[in-house]
Design a protein around this ligand. Structure first.
Ligand code: ZN
Length: 98
């Protein structure tokens, strides 16, 4: 019995480098960069300027923040800017004096 040898051509499946897992969305835990003049928070609050006045949070300074929705200006701790709602039109807590 003649054994038919089947030439098995192995297709070398090119091993594709597994696509790297999409980097998990960066959690904004640190408010770095949110005290830069011109920074706009997700709530539409814009950093106008640092006032140089000590804030109410430890080691924080008061920044003048302007609401891009209604134009209201108020003071906010540097650490609060990224999450601060406008006291006037977004129901945020009252701004700090500056
Ligand atoms: Zn506003």
């Amino acid at each position: 019995m003649a054994t038919k040898k089947k030439a098995v051509v192995k297709k070398a499946a090119p091993k594709k480098a597994a696509p790297k897992k999409a980097a998990a969305p960066k959690k904004k835990t640190s408010p770095k960069g949110t005290t830069k003049i011109g920074f706009v928070s997700r709530r539409g609050q814009v950093v106008v300027r640092p006032t140089g006045i000590a804030g109410t949070d430890h080691g924080q300074k008061v920044y003048q923040v302007a609401c891009s929705k209604c134009g209201h200006n108020y003071g906010s701790n540097g650490s609060d800017i990224h999450d601060h709602k406008c006291p006037k039109c977004q129901g945020g807590h009252e701004g700090l004096a500056y």
